[in-house]
Write a protein that binds this ligand. Structure first.
Ligand code: NOJ
Length: 712
């Protein structure tokens, strides 16, 4: 018998259920606060895991309780939401997605794992890999944007980063890919709302990122809060058992979302907690995060014959196996053990935070006002986000100190010591008070250039932060218009967890930048970009609508039988607005200009198993060093199931000096041209494909060639 089987054989039913229970700690300034029933539960073996408890000392204290005071001495699983950094807070995932750089995505996860494990943690509830196409949904901030191919690359990079090469290592964290699945398709962008997506969308859009996470070895999965067409994910046998464990071969642990098992009752699929617990367990949910459904419901579910002890054994086996893989049985104190802190590694982490943050900034428009002219000048900084320290952390601040982030104002002051910088907040983020606008206008009157720091509070995106109308909140528009009316050069910096609806601002300001929530180095990163110390490289990982009425809007739309034609009334368009977004996916300006030409392929035809290499020449036509991101799309022109107008299949980056020309080569396997046919099996249908490259998904600016698939 294996160690786990021996252990399982020695366990009572209550102890087995205990392994499936995850309780939470509260948090006070002094550290974690544990309810007395939680400590009792740990000692009695009724709790197998905890969340929100961190700090080596606290982690070891509770671990000691489990290991030394419970009958079988089974260590606890300690988890936390380390979504974009632990103590060093990196940009929110949507911002990090704008890097289109798997190497850096992996590095930030690795650094987060190093910090989190030092705090005694073993599990993160990340990466969040929900494809999201609706800016109303606040959780769009937490994930990699609209595209499944990008989400898949993001998923594998994050899993590799968090878990490292050996889960038992003292600095490895279990990654929990979430939220499984289609959570981003919440009806009307309202968090926790029902989802109704087709079987095809599930397989083409929402499942591939999870498939990629699993292929990268992801050890845990969290089902989403939502139902899909009436079946809550927490009880979804077809997806959790048949697809996840069966088809995708996932053998790790399924951890419910917070209270989600109990919520099967209000969802309307369980009559009581007992039925809820039975449904979740039967679907393959191993750990009950905070709903008490397993502790209270499973014993009764056994009595009622809704489940068998075998179901409990299976789940407990998986949880214990994960603890073993983490090395917890060998040394429960490995994470958080006294290691020496290397100051140079700490500095490097902080530098990484700055580098990633500046790479995440997307310059949306620039009429030449950026980078700021060098030399002394008078600068006015206005707006409620200029000095919003804690907000810079974004939606998941983990153990990040609210006093730690560098504000935009501080970053600018440090970068521009010779400039006279006047600051006035003007208005608060959300208040109706406009009494500060006059002072802000005074500060701007004699300025050579004005930086307006506008946007949302960090709490306005993330969980339970949907917005029906994601415009600039409060009276910020009034402030901005008064500033713009001065007729001086204005740069608008938008802090937000989503694309904000601000077409009017884009029309009027001389430059607009999406600065998201960039984490602890926000201010320095923004200063690096606006001063031109760093040439901006960020590209939009989501389509930016003109108006929320266009949502959901994304580049991989299917063709209409009546494509939009302004001259033809009966076509797919709006009467009151263009169908084009404000900015396409992939958009983002540099301070230099790149031109692409001469797209060619290694072959004009291919068959299954072949690889094609697409090459394109790129020239830096501007006068500064810069980096461009090249996107490669395909379109299957005629297929048995209509294919999207564009499907992203590859990305390349190239850095060029002024005047320099070089070629980019992208290798595409034939499998990239396959899709799920009428019978949902992958197929490459012979015929013509279009292959396009460009610097965004703007179809009017792509270079396209044809390639022919021949029968295998
Ligand atoms: C609820 C959120 O949906 C999930 O993403 C998170 O991991 C848990 N709460 C735990 O904090």
């Amino acid at each position: 018998m294996s160690r786990i089987e021996t252990l399982l054989a020695a366990m009572t039913c209550e102890e087995k259920i205990g392994q499936l229970v995850m309780a939470t700690a509260g948090y006070a300034v002094t550290g974690p606060v544990l309810a007395s029933d939680a400590t009792e539960g740990v000692r009695a073996g009724r709790i197998g895991g905890m969340l929100n408890l961190w700090g080596a000392e606290h982690a070891h204290a509770i671990q000691r309780m489990a290991v030394e005071e419970s009958r079988l001495g089974i260590p606890l699983l300690l988890g936390f939401d380390i979504v974009h950094g632990h103590r060093t807070i990196f940009p929110i995932p949507l911002a990090e997605a704008a890097l289109f750089d798997p190497v850096l995505w992996e590095r930030t996860a690795r650094e987060a794992a190093v910090e989190a494990t030092r705090d005694g943690l073993a599990v993160t509830f990340a990466p969040m890999i929900d494809v999201a196409r609706d800016p109303r949904w606040g959780r769009i901030a937490e994930g990699p944007g609209e595209d499944p191919w990008v989400a898949a690359r993001f998923a594998e990079a994050k899993v590799r980063g968090f878990q490292g090469s050996n889960l038992a290592a003292a600095d490895s964290l279990v990654a929990t890919a979430k939220h499984f699945c289609a959570y981003g398709a919440a009806t009307a962008g309202r968090d926790y709302a029902s989802v109704d997506v087709s079987e095809r969308s599930l397989h083409e859009i929402y499942l591939p990122p999870f498939q990629a996470a699993i292929a990268a070895g992801c050890a845990a999965i969290m089902p989403a809060f939502n139902d899909i067409a009436g079946i809550p994910m927490t009880a979804h046998v077809a997806l959790l058992r048949d697809w996840l464990r069966g088809q995708a071969g996932f053998d790790g642990v399924v951890i419910s979302d917070y209270n989600a098992i109990a919520e099967l009752v209000p969802h309307g699929v369980a009559g009581d907690l007992v039925e809820a617990a039975a449904l979740a367990l039967k679907a393959g949910v191993d750990i009950d995060m905070m709903s008490n459904a397993y502790s209270r419901g499973l014993p009764m579910a056994l009595d009622r014959g809704l489940i068998s002890i075998h179901d409990i054994d299976e789940a407990a086996f998986r949880v214990l196996t994960l603890k073993q893989r983490l090395g917890l049985f060998d040394d429960p104190y490995r994470r958080g053990g006294a290691g020496t802190i290397d100051p140079s590694a700490e500095r490097a982490r902080r530098e990484l935070a700055r580098d990633v943050a500046r790479r995440a900034i997307v310059i949306l428009t620039n009429a030449g006002v950026l980078p700021l002219a060098s030399g002394a000048q008078r600068i006015a900084v206005v707006g409620p986000l200029a000095d919003a320290r804690a907000d810079m952390r974004g939606s998941w601040s983990a153990a990040g100190d609210a006093n730690d982030p560098v504000t935009i104002l501080e970053g600018l002051r440090a970068a521009l010591p010779h400039c006279e910088i006047a600051y006035a907040r003007g208005v608060d983020i959300e208040s109706e008070d406009v009494s500060g606008i006059g002072e802000a206008i005074d500060a701007c009157r004699s300025a050579d250039v004005i930086l307006m720091c506008l946007g949302e509070a960090a709490s306005m995106s993330g969980e339970a932060a949907s917005r029906a109308d994601p415009v600039l909140p409060g009276r910020q528009r009034e402030l901005a218009e008064a500033v713009l009316d001065l007729g001086r050069p204005v740069v608008a910096l938008l802090s937000s967890g989503r694309p904000l609806m601000a077409s009017w601002l884009v029309e009027r300001a001389d430059a607009v930048a999406a600065t998201w929530f960039l984490g602890c180095e926000a201010g320095n990163a923004i200063a690096d970009v606006v001063t031109g110390r760093f040439d901006p490289t960020g590209r939009l990982p989501v389509t930016w609508p003109r108006d929320i009425g266009q949502s959901p809007i994304f580049f991989a739309a299917r063709p209409s039988g009546r494509p939009a034609n302004p001259a033809d009334h009966f076509t797919s368009k709006y009467l009151d607005m263009s169908v084009e977004p404000l900015f396409p996916f992939g958009h983002g300006l540099s301070y230099t200009r790149f031109a692409l030409s001469n797209l060619r392929l290694s072959a004009e035809t291919f068959r299954p198993g072949d690889d094609i290499v697409a090459s394109v020449d790129v020239v830096n036509e501007g006068s500064r060093l810069g980096e461009e991101t090249i996107f490669l799309f395909i379109r299957d022109v005629v297929a048995s199931v209509a294919r999207p107008l564009l499907e992203l299949k590859g990305i390349a980056k190239i850095k060029l000096a002024p005047g320099e020309r070089s070629a980019v080569h992208l290798s595409i396997p034939a499998s990239a041209f396959s899709f799920l046919g009428l019978d949902f099996r992958p197929i490459i249908e012979p015929g013509r494909f279009e292959l396009s490259v460009g610097t965004s998904a703007d179809r009017t600016n792509l270079i396209t060639v044809s390639v022919q698939a021949t029968a295998g």
